[in-house]
Write a protein that binds this ligand. Structure first.
Ligand code: ADP
Ligand code: 5GP
Length: 187
């Protein structure tokens, strides 16, 4: 039985990872796709758990060999989702969630129009900036590069199926559960 593919996107620091963690704790039967990236690991990040951390050369080989369902350059690093893992999960009858940037989300929708795209918004631009800075994981130049993406991300989000405001965390998690459960019921 084929299952659904959900894509969660939003600006860096909006809280996608935090919302998703809360969602997956309550819904452990969903598979979270692990992406490949050329960005160096942050302290505490583990290869094969948070990402598959690969070199630019390896990433380029995967592109040449057509191994990615989607890939994008985001704020100076490359990120991509391997086709093999996603197809395997869907064929095994598991619902899959991708946490990827807006460029990648639109590529997925082109190839799999049945995929459900969900955009997570901040309550305000100031809140987004405070969260991104408050995480203390990026230097100032990287924070600036990430904030420069916001306009384009909002523009792309118009093509998404749902928008969720991450103001109070618990509300955002509940809203994500409502969206996902509604889509599964109607599948
Ligand atoms: P993203 O995955 O979108 O880049 P994170 O999940 O890493 O963002 O969250 C960025 C920062 O914002 C983290 O420090 C996180 O604890 C905080 N955060 C996430 N959601 C909320 C929220 N609803 N209210 C306040 N802070 C939040
Ligand atoms: P970070 O470096 O903060 O982990 O991620 C930066 C951005 O890359 C986020 O918007 C995140 O969702 C996105 N991202 C993570 N994995 C992928 C992927 O496989 N493909 C694409 N297109 N974006 C990804």
């Amino acid at each position: 039985m084929n299952k659904k593919l959900f894509v969660l996107s939003g600006s860096s620091g909006v809280g996608k990872g935090t919302v998703l963690k809360g969602f997956l704790e309550k819904n452990p039967d969903f598979m979270l796709s692990i992406s490949c990236t050329t960005r160096p690991p942050r302290p505490g990040e583990i290869d094969g758990v948070n990402y598959f951390f690969i070199s630019k050369n390896e990433f380029e080989n995967c592109i040449k060999e057509n191994k990615f369902l989607e890939w994008a350059e985001f704020a100076g690093n490359f990120y991509g989702t391997k086709k093999k893992y996603i197809n395997q999960c869907l064929e095994e009858g598991k619902n899959v969630i991708l946490e990827i940037d807006t460029q990648g989300a639109l590529q997925v929708k082109k190839q799999m129009p049945e995929a459900v795209l969900i955009f997570v918004c901040p309550p305000s631009y100031e809140a987004l900036e405070n969260r991104l800075r408050g995480r203390h994981t990026e230097d100032e130049a990287t924070i600036q590069k990430r904030l420069e993406q916001v306009k384009k991300e909002i523009e792309r989000s118009k093509k998404f199926d749902y928008q969720i405001v991450n103001d109070r965390l618990e509300d955002a998690i509940s809203r994500l559960e409502d969206v996902v459960n509604g889509e599964i019921k109607n599948a």
